[in-house]
Design a protein around this ligand. Structure first.
Ligand SMILES: [Zn+2]
Length: 239
């Protein structure tokens, strides 16, 4: 009797599972059909294709964003598109550090309170914002516009390295801090800049590499932990 009841429950569960799987599969098929280009409107498909060109945006997310914009007022969509077109047309790059700016010289370079004798070399504007957010750096920046990456066809000539050398040679800079990504491309770029600047006599430093704040030692990889040991800093009671 008990066995029969159990068998019955099992059978019902199996039927429900099977029905659910079929439903999920049919949804997937429908979705894929939609993604294969069967859009109800060419205008919609074009807009989705444009959004999908953005980094990190797949066609599904692109569709969601386009449908969101479609639901908004025309004035909002015009303001959105207008801001992008104006940005592209009118944005300037600081003539000193190549940071994005509204004026010829950016706010950081034009600030007399900043220490112009220390220059922090970074890859892009996001890195400037990241270092600024720490409130630990009061010098100026130099935005390279990327790192040397032969795989992506980016050579030293594509970056703002020559203008960095000219900046240092012009005088007034005592230290250049290299704050690039700790990747092979970042290290290659660090070495290239080092070779270019070593004869100028300027002090060259790289940002410290090691254990992150809050990390436990046993989970750190050997390279990171090894570097932390080699590049240890004196302990003065405060970290
Ligand atoms: Zn600047």
């Amino acid at each position: 009797m008990k066995e029969a009841r159990f068998k019955n429950i099992l059978q019902t569960a199996c039927t429900v599972c099977f029905a659910f799987a079929r439903f999920a599969l049919s949804l997937r098929v429908l979705e894929n059909k939609g993604m294969d280009g069967q859009y109800p409107s060419v205008l919609l498909e074009k807009a989705v294709s444009e959004f999908a060109k953005l980094p990190g945006i797949g066609r599904k997310t692109a569709m969601r964003l386009v449908l969101y914009l479609l639901r908004q007022d025309t004035s909002m969509v015009e303001a959105f598109a207008g801001a992008l077109v104006t940005l592209k047309r009118e944005v300037k790059y600081c003539k000193v550090c190549h940071n994005i700016s509204d004026t010829e010289t950016c706010r950081i370079c034009a600030n007399p309170a900043r220490d112009a004798s220390v220059v922090c070399v970074v890859e892009n504007i996001r890195d400037v914002m990241a270092v600024e957010a720490t409130q630990q750096f009061h010098g100026l920046y130099h935005v390279l516009g990327g790192v040397i990456s032969p795989m992506d066809g980016i050579g030293p000539g594509d970056l703002q390295i020559e203008s960095l050398v000219q900046r240092v040679e012009a005088g007034g800079i005592s230290e250049v801090i290299l704050a690039l990504s700790t990747t092979m491309e970042g290290d290659t770029t660090n070495f290239y800049i080092y070779r270019k600047l070593e004869k100028t006599g300027v002090k060259l430093s790289v940002i410290a590499r090691g254990i992150s704040v809050g990390d436990e030692l046993e989970y750190a990889d050997e390279v990171t932990l090894g570097r932390s040991i080699v590049n240890r800093t004196p302990f003065n009671g405060v970290l």
